[in-house]
Design a protein. Sequence first.
Length: 140
Amino acid sequence: MRQIADRLLTAIGAAILIMAVFLIGPEVETRFFPVYSTFKVDSIEPMPGGQSKVVFEYTKYRWCDPMGFAWYVGEPGGAFRQLKVVPEDPEASSKIRPLGVNKSVPYIIDATASQLSGRVYGEIYNRCHPAWSSRTSIYP
């Protein structure tokens, strides 16, 4: 009977440990092992309709499979909306960048320069680990 109880407790402990890894792993990776540095605006050009053409400078730290990005205007955890962000040249944006310091292709962002300086934030999603996706806060 004691042997059965020991095995049951070991199985429960292993299940709790696995769940903890899947819950904590993505947060640890996001916080301590980002894929990219914070993006810095290299150039910004106002465009019609409240849009901006922006080039960013950043450092790529790790090789991971890209999954996409999202940009928002507003307050994280408060009222915000997702922004439309498109590369000026889609062909050039699909090129995988090397590790180290890089400049982005020009992106057309559905936000004004003043919004970019204070109310916009961005995130990039990558697959670095087979069990979860990584999120890197890249802007501001």
